[in-house]
Design a protein around this ligand. Sequence first.
Ligand code: GTR
Length: 422
Amino acid sequence: MKAILFALLFSVLFVSETFAQKRNVIDDEANVPEYKLPDVLTRFNGGKVKSAKVWFNKQRPEILKKFTDEVYGKVPGKLDISDVKVWETSDDAINGLAKRKQLSLFFKKGDRSLEVNVLMYLPKSQQKAPVFLAYNFSGNHAVYNDPNIRLTESWVNNDPSVGIINNQVTEQSRATASNRWPVEEIIKAGYGLVTVYYGDVDPDKNDFSDGIEQFFYQENQTRPKYDEWGSIAAWSWGLSRVMDYLEKDEQVDSKKVAVLGHSRLGKTALWAGATDQRFAMVISNESGCGGAALSKRIFGETVQIINTSFPHWFCGNFLKYNNNEEELQVDQHMLLALIAPRPLYVASAEGDKWADPRGEFLSAKYASAVYELLGLEGLPSKVMPEVNHPVMGTIGYHIRSGKHDLTLYDWQQYIKFADKFF
Ligand code: GTR
């Protein structure tokens, strides 16, 4: 009897919770509640930041700490690459335009071991190439039509339409994401592409027993502590380890690595750029909530919604801000400001209201104060640019027509932006 009552109560709570979520989604500008953002150049103790020195020595570390403690979580320890194994190389990839290299980075601790597969295409025209480093969603073999790419053996979200069955990819999965990866255009523009399947570092599910997190557990620990990393921080950590490798690869200009990501992987790219200043450029493609979009501006996906749908992405402390964004002492424009003085590009799509294009734009706009303090032009436009009219200062921004995706148009802007700085 008790059990039935509990089940009943639970389902009532569950239904009302789901209802509350639905009711809460705002996708009309007129319904956005008022909100107040913290000023990026005001210290937590109330003082004003007036010099680059105070920014770099005081304010930047304090903001970074807040994001670490309250949003993404801290990396609990240090773990270096223990081995690199090069599987194969070719000087004749992409119709003779590129070199291809496939290698694995191994991480070991006690009897645990993790393998991260890296696929690289580098332009033959360059001795040392600037590169875009980007995670992919379903395996390196999905990125480009090349039968030489190794199929991932990692857990991948099921999707029978692209041959992913029992969480394993098949031959049918090859090149199924190639519309997102214009590899030939990238190579012809003189850039390399370095890509990794994000699930190699941590499979994207609410289970902390199978990714990198478990390497740091104390006895009887089964998931990260409240202030320790969620998956986004774990994936970002992985990007930094790939950077450790790139610094040693003579064919890569490691001073010119642009870290790029779409959607959840855009959130990841931003956090990687904030925590690791070796990334010379950061590109966020429709990263939305917990990425470039402001959290206190309630539009599209909110903190409560994202923490409910993806309880493993952020740290446990972030749950405190479910429907309670006003208590956050930071907002995402301050995350973007952590990238300064490095070039930063934020992109939205008109049909991607869920990611709050305007919230992404405003975030880039308010981050500009730090770029300006450092003597740079932040975002060149104070008002939201027209659809398909990119603006590029040291911060770039566009909103393109179309839906939530990473398209050739997006890449063309990123290449232009990279040409400006690299
Ligand atoms: C959505 C999520 C977004 C975004 C997206 C993606 O379901 O609500 O925050 O990250 O997934 O990664 O494609």
